[in-house]
Write a protein that binds this ligand. Sequence first.
Ligand SMILES: [Zn+2]
Length: 114
Amino acid sequence: MSDQADLLPLKTALENELSKLSQLEEIAGEGAQVVELDQSKVGRLSRMDALQQQAMNVEQNRRRQLRIQHIKAALIRMAKQDYGYCLDCGEDINPKRLEVNPATPYCTQCADTH
Ligand SMILES: [Zn+2]
């Protein structure tokens, strides 16, 4: 991946995803405040639903945070012209793999071990 021109579509894809995730982040932040667990207002079942929903939100938030970190790290590697190499073995990452997931820091083989 020495040709920076090839990176432009990947960089654009990463930046677009990052801005979408940031928007979701704001929405999720507001949503978290809406969840109420007041027993006087909701029955036991719906309270459990609410707890379950909250747990799912937490998990989704966690994954989104992780994804945001991966994208930011990939953009930094692009800026350093250090993009497209596996962080584990240092080999070139298959360009097809980068097209599918531009934020991936590992080659196909190493990704299995993570
Ligand atoms: Zn590797």
